[in-house]
Write a protein that binds this ligand. Structure first.
Ligand code: SF4
Ligand SMILES: [Zn+2]
Ligand SMILES: [Zn+2]
Length: 299
């Protein structure tokens, strides 16, 4: 198959746009969507210091590469990377290697922090002791540390590698749970006291395309999977949306677009963020979720 924009061989067929694209037109397409979203949602502003959450998985590796490419000629924009090592034996070591390799290649300052440093324990220890859902614990605690260290580094934004699939799944999960507070917190451009503003430059890029982009750019991406299988509801929803996408190409974009369209109705925002009485970090209740999970008062 030939690329529909030139005569080279296509590397991808985008069913949702009915386009065959060669390597360079595919890369151009991905970067165009990212730049469009950065502008549209004012993700990056003059003189920003951007902390990039770099787990070392494919999404965050692609995110750091692409942000560096886009902003390398902008001396006012500074990138720093933060990796949180949750303490997942046999898994995090590998992704950590990829993270270090990339930051060295690009010359980006890299801070590595562990759950042990932040909370005095590891994810493996926590899940071993209490029957917590690993991903709930992992997600809440990681988010807490990322915010804490991004703030300490003086970052204006915290860039996370969520792709289109992640976003579509989260939107549907929030609807199914009727969780309107979470919906509000998903809106782009949300400023909340104590929280470094999160930006999601990959939000319009399907997961498969993120992987292909990483592969075509020779980025150090691994196919390692976390030994904790992932959240059950999210896995079900992933499968459902993927089946839908096959039958009705563009479903993921429709979910994102539909959410954006109704999001204005969710403003003005009162997300009710308060500082935790125990640890002082921002959260939605007087004792934050991190503290409640760590003390075992919720599971
Ligand atoms: S799959 Fe779950 S436990 Fe593993 S890194 Fe992701 S959130 Fe953490
Ligand atoms: Zn082409
Ligand atoms: Zn707390």
């Amino acid at each position: 198959m030939k690329c529909q924009r030139c005569s080279r061989t296509a590397v991808l067929y985008q069913k949702y746009s009915n386009a065959h694209l060669c390597r360079s037109h595919f890369i151009e397409d991905v970067e165009r969507k990212i730049k469009r979203d950065i502008r549209k949602f004012k993700m990056v502003e003059r003189n920003d210091r951007i902390a990039v959450a770099l787990s070392g998985g494919k999404d965050s590796i692609v995110l750091l590469h692409v942000l560096h490419k886009i902003f390398q000629n902008r001396p006012d924009i500074e990138l720093v990377a933060i990796t949180i090592d949750e303490g997942i034996n046999g898994y995090r070591e590998h992704t950590l290697e990829h993270a270090v390799k990339l930051t060295n290649q690009l010359g980006i300052p890299h801070t590595i922090k562990t759950f042990k440093q932040g909370f005095g324990t590891t994810l493996d220890e926590l899940t071993g002791k209490k029957e917590h859902a690993a991903c709930t614990l992992c997600g809440v605690l990681r988010k807490n540390l990322l915010n804490r260290y991004a703030r300490e580094l003086g970052a204006d934004k915290l860039a996370v590698g969520h792709n289109l699939d992640d976003e579509a799944q989260t939107i549907l999960m929030n609807f199914l749970r009727g969780d309107t507070d979470r919906m509000k917190r998903m809106l782009p451009g949300i400023k909340q006291p104590g929280l470094v503003m999160r930006i999601k430059p990959l939000r319009s890029i399907p997961e498969k395309e993120v992987a292909l982009y990483g592969f075509l750019n020779d980025l150090p991406v691994s196919t390692d999977e976390c030994p904790y299988a992932g959240e059950a509801l999210r896995n079900e929803i992933r499968e459902m949306i993927n089946n839908y996408e096959v039958k009705h190409p563009g479903t993921k974009y429709s979910l994102l677009g539909g959410f954006e369209a109704i999001s204005e109705a969710l403003r003005p925002l009162n997300t009710g963020i308060v500082n935790c009485e125990k640890c002082g970090e921002p959260g939605s209740e007087s004792i934050c979720k991190t503290c409640r999970l760590l003390s075992g008062s919720i599971r």
